[in-house]
Design a protein around this ligand. Sequence first.
Ligand code: ADP
Length: 596
Amino acid sequence: VIKKTTAYGIVTFGITFTYVLVVVAFEFLTRHFWGYYSFWASVPAAFVIAITFVPVRGYLQKTTDTIFFRRMIEYQNIIKEVTRLIVSVTDLNTLFRLIDRTIVRAMCVKNVAILLLEEGQNHYLVEKTNGLPPEVLSIRLSLDSPLASYLKERKDAVVYDEMKALIESDLVTSQEKSKLNKACSELESLGAIAAIPSFTKDKLVGILCLGEKLSGEPYSPDDLELMLTMASEAGIAIENAKLYRDISETRDYLNSIVEGSDDAIITMDLSGRVLTWNEGAKTIFECSPSEAIGKIPPFFTEEELKPLINKVLQAEEVKAIELRKMNKADKEIPLLLTLSPIRSPEGRIIGISAILKDITELRKVDQLKQEFLAVVSHELRTPLTPIKGYLSLLLEGRIGKLEPKQKDALNVILSQSNHLHDLIDSVIDISRIESGRPLELQKEPLFIEDIIKESIDASAIAVKSKQINLMSDFPLTRSAAMADRQKVLRLMDNLLGNAIKFTPPSGSIKVSVEKEDHNIKVSVTDTGIGIEPEELEKVFKSFYQVDTSYTRACGGIGMGLSIAREIVEAHGGRIWAESEGRGKGSTFVFLLLPGK
Ligand code: ADP
């Protein structure tokens, strides 16, 4: 201030002195040449002075500023310029470089440290330093550290000397003094004599710590004001740059996943024209991005694609559809297609993504597996038939008389052989279902009650060993139907087998047959473990078991009910489960049409 006042004083004095000289000279000349003294002659001179004084003084002061205070003007201009620039920078490194260079070079500060809020970590971390030892880079200030708290409280730049002066004054309590002292030590550890906070939306997101100026001058209020403006702009810019960096990283990450995938991952606009075409698509269809982009995908005709796109637009799922398509080299490829909508942030569908998996290898393995299963199950079943036959002969006493203990043992062997037979049948069914072959029925006229009795007789041993009370309730006239005897027997064995399996000893099971609207309604009710309402439908899915640990222990692979449903539906009927919940028993009901 003193420097500036002195300079401006000299300038003003100079101008005044010049004007006085001009007036005196003017008056002297008029008197000397025209020979008369005229007071009025000095009036125009005074008039000229009055008009020109302010602009001339302004101009000269500016010139003085540029001569004597040039550096200050320059760095203030640079800071203003940088502040304007900062907002448009999206790269964090460029931003740091810009801030750092401006301060260190233009303002001639010995050292700076920039601390940024680490979101997930709850602290401020030194992200960049200049002119400071490397250890400073590891400094972290917690969110409630004395310096951060003081900056949050002041919402202004803080200067080390002012803080020290406050500590020595009587203006603050001793508690505040100790906090200020700690804040001063934090500044010292960062080699700073001033700290500029950077707030975005009232949140302290960064701290700019400034060391001494090379000139040794203190920071003027103007300096601090400029730095505050720059810091707050930088705060916003840093937030933006971080966001941009996160987005770029995520984009690169996703890109590398998409490009690295063996599957064809493509995006299309709403009319089905290709927008992006990854490496996988290039390999599978032997078609480069430039050939595919902007056109309908080469493996679809417009007619094929339209209904699929309409489905996606109506937010319906198009998942795991199996297709067989030709690639450019006329090779047929089995594919699994999934289409999903691409939505804008507002939820509008703006595009469609398609993932196509080449399942050639999978199909080959599948084929091998099916062949293997068919051979193995056939080979396993062949010896089982004579084993069961001989067991029956033995039990009937046709080969020789048996002791009761021997009979019991043979009964166990027979029941386990039956179980093994069922398992092999399930394996045959699985391979049949997987290969897509429908269930073949050999229908014949029969009475349902006869089949149920046969099934009940076959389970007699298991019923007896669990001391289960098995009842049946049949109508007076038998229920005639056209059905596949073996399949219906299997269905009954499954339902009865489950009822016995999931009913604790001494429980009861009831099998009843009724006529309902010309249909035959068969129910198997037990007092067993029951089923929760939300599981009632799921139990009919392949391999589904309610409580795997418990049900596995009872034996079974979770195929019985799905096969039961297949059998009933192949006969044009319906099957469902009823239960009031866990522990309350369950009923399995199926309806058969007599004529079909
Ligand atoms: P598995 O009996 O081989 O496990 P199923 O398809 O026959 O397979 O049955 C599927 C699941 O349904 C069983 O694991 C069991 O959790 C449930 N379930 C079937 N029948 C009954 C029943 N009578 N009582 C309680 N739960 C049953």
